[in-house]
Design a protein around this ligand. Structure first.
Ligand code: NAI
Length: 329
């Protein structure tokens, strides 16, 4: 067996946490030969603590051979102690009458505190995946409060958007999901995202030859960009199992490498494509193993694609300006 991996999960008793923990403990990310220690963070109130206790009882009852220990806490420094991987899921949901900037400022302090705690306590090569929304800018806040960690330790989740795009293409062309490569989603995890199929192939044929532009513009783009809202409408709750599954995909590829495949992660920009340096932006990357990734370079955009990228990046820049006071603190 390999060395035990310490995995922190915040908001562990929530919907996504419930869909994620059991897969983490079964080896879905770190493999069948790597024991896992779960370090679970929840809010410091009776209801959250009781819910987390119930989840722990179920984890216990699964008798997972790879699960060595479960720590529960409401102190981020305890949750992140020696953490090799961290899923930051816990955050405040958008309440009635709140707009995006209200949500940013309401959730910002959580990610300030957790960034500082990661800086203090986590392994120096920790892989942090921010899922809690607005995830790109929450990741931006977190890494700014972790000056002793490489910003490349932080990413935000756009894999669900990429998976949704792949699923739509598979359905439209009636080809298997595994035959689809090269789909990428740029920008912000919001309605402004840019799902890009210009380099995608389906069983070796360019996707743009198999689907027409009207379908792409009028159906595919709005369906992928507003899928989260459609799930809430249908289910009465936000997507949880598909979000957890995307979090598994994201961390598994980041940790192990993506075998040369292009995957979408929101990562701090290195200035490529004129995306301002430091903004946490959905981009195509290749995970090269051992927790490293490289941003795919030299992509050419169509005029429409460039306009979409500029629009979603402008939204991220605006969000970074909104949270500037939180960065300065
Ligand atoms: P939920 O409300 O069911 O669970 C959130 C949990 O976080 C709750 O148990 C709550 O007690 C806990 N929590 C809140 N603040 C915390 C803090 N400061 N420290 C520790 N725990 C805290 O929500 P759900 O459905 O699990 O979603 C979680 C987040 O993921 C939301 O922000 C949601 O918008 C986001 N999300 C992101 C997606 C993406 O693609 N990036 C997709 C789907 C959801």
């Amino acid at each position: 067996l390999n060395k035990t991996v310490r995995v922190a999960v915040t908001g562990a008793a929530g919907n996504i946490g419930y869909a994620l923990l059991f897969r983490l403990a079964s080896g879905a990310v770190f493999g069948p030969n790597t024991p896992v220690q779960l370090q679970l963070l929840e809010r410091d109130n009776e209801q959250s603590k009781a819910a987390l206790q119930g989840v722990c009882m179920e984890l216990f009852d699964c008798a997972f051979p790879l699960l060595t220990k479960v720590v529960t806490t409401s102190d981020p420094r305890v949750a992140f102690d020696g953490a090799n991987a961290a899923f930051l899921i816990g955050s405040m949901p958008r309440g009635a009458g709140m707009d995006r900037s209200d949500l940013l400022l309401a959730n910002g302090p959580i990610f300030q505190e957790q960034g500082r705690a990661l800086d203090e306590a986590a392994d120096r090569n920790v892989k942090v995946l921010v899922v809690g929304n607005p995830c790109n800018t929450n990741a931006y806040i977190a890494y700014h409060h972790a000056p002793n960690l490489d910003p490349k330790c932080f990413s935000a989740m756009m894999r669900l958007d990429a998976n949704r795009a792949v699923a739509q293409l598979a359905e439209k062309t009636q080809k298997p999901v595994c035959s689809i490569q090269g789909v990428r989603v740029w920008g912000n995890h919001s309605n402004s995202m840019y799902p890009d199929i210009t380099a995608a192939t389906i069983a070796g044929t360019a996707a743009t030859e198999l689907v027409d532009e009207a379908w792409y513009n009028d159906y595919f783009l709005p369906t992928v960009a507003t899928r989260g809202g459609a799930i809430i409408k249908a289910r009465g709750k936000s997507s949880a199992a598909s979000a957890a599954s995307a979090a598994i995909d994201h961390m598994r590829d980041w940790w192990n490498g993506s075998d040369g495949r292009v995957v979408t992660m929101a990562v701090p920009s290195d200035g490529s494509y004129g995306i301002p340096e430091g903004i946490v932006c959905g981009m195509p990357v290749i995970c090269t193993g051992n927790g490293n990734y490289e941003i795919v370079k030299d992509i050419e955009f169509t005029a429409a694609g460039r306009a979409r990228l500029d629009k979603t990046v402008a939204e991220l820049v605006k969000e970074s300006e909104t949270v500037a006071p939180l960065i300065a603190e």
